[in-house]
Design a protein around this ligand. Sequence first.
Ligand code: SF4
Ligand code: SF4
Length: 458
Amino acid sequence: MFINKDYIERLLEESKKATKEQIQEVLEKAKRKDGLKHRDIAILLQIEDKEQIKEMYEIAGKIKKDIYGKRIVMFAPLYVSDYCVNNCVYCGYHRCNSFKRRKLTQEEVAQEVRILEKMGHKRLALELGEDPVNAPIEYVLETLKTIYSTQRDNGEIRRVNVNIAATTVEEYKMLKEAGIGTYILFQETYHEPTYEKVHPNCLKSNYEYHLTAFDRAMEGGIDDVGAGVLFGLSDPKFEVLGLMIHNEHLEEKYGVGFHTISVPRLRPAEGVSLENFPHLVDDETFKKIVAIIRIAVPFTGMIISTREDAEMRRDLLKHGISQMSAGSSTGVGGYKEREEEKEITQFKLSDERSPLEILKELIDDGYIPSYCTACYRRGRTGDRFMELAKSGEIQYCCEPNALSTLMEYALDYGDDEFKKKAEALVRREAEKINKKETRDFVIRNIDRLKNGERDLYI
Ligand code: SF4
Ligand code: SF4
């Protein structure tokens, strides 16, 4: 198997002896964008010196700026079923937690989608527990159809990323045909003994089957896969190396690694106490992890959810994160029920602001919130996407698309103040684009959007 526990532990053990000079050498290598080896990443994970940490954040921040500019891609999760046959000890939906389970009917899915569209969302992450009887693949496919075909005023969902349990090549083929964006699956932990401990006696217990899910997804034709671990289950340093090695395995075998990496941290949930988890990750370690991942895989998008509070999200945006959720509900039917405050959620949220509030803050902080979904619709996925990303050319798509989608959002969902603010930003940023045709495309789009056109992208 490509994840070798002894190898990772040996790397971590050896790297503990790294001197300040050796850490500095790795930082210099990172600055030159030389490509870091496992040993280098292990050494970075031992960083403790305040000056060196500061330098590492600067390097991560520069990489982020060079590749992603000021853009932050926005999305929201949509939970459609909390039936689950699994026993993940860290999750509020585990099968022993008794509450009234439900899955949304297609009419209810459409209702949730309309609420999400009203918030301005264009990109969703579809989430559901694993239950082959109550929520089989047919249910997922039907739900995808409902989401893509539900429109409200100018609102439409243009890309659905899907997070379903590890499955077969045949089912991945079906997902591909249904037009999913990224297939998301978190390994939760790469540390096999921990994996077995936290997933006792259930379908998800099989570490190897879970670990090789992306291999099957790739064989089924899905070339955008999104990974993640749940930080807090095992030693975070082990997890970072696990992620890097998994990514490399996919690059070597299929020519393309992770499209995104998510970095959820263990949070309290109904029926779950945090006392039994000795590896909870503190804020400082968490920030370091995000920076190290950014440095190690510059072209892989990094995602943060509303599990983190506004301040932490703000910090992480500076040196790594390129996508974030906004206005999220993690309960089934939660968007409709939110007002009544009766949702049972998979985990508790820390950032409960509306998308508009979050977008205002992002703009004030100098970012460009983006609702772009262009690549998957233009067929820029997998290695085609990575080639473009690595050549730097992708910015000539991302930037104009971000600005055009922000303008569209402002016109449809912004208040007067936001509309003015967004248009000023779009004009200002457009002027900085050095390719004339791209610059003209953005400026022209302002009027085209005001005149009622929508969904303008390169
Ligand atoms: Fe089920 Fe997923 Fe929760 Fe595990 S993490 S109990 S698979 S919903
Ligand atoms: Fe993402 Fe592609 Fe849009 Fe850039 S152009 S933001 S990579 S979908």
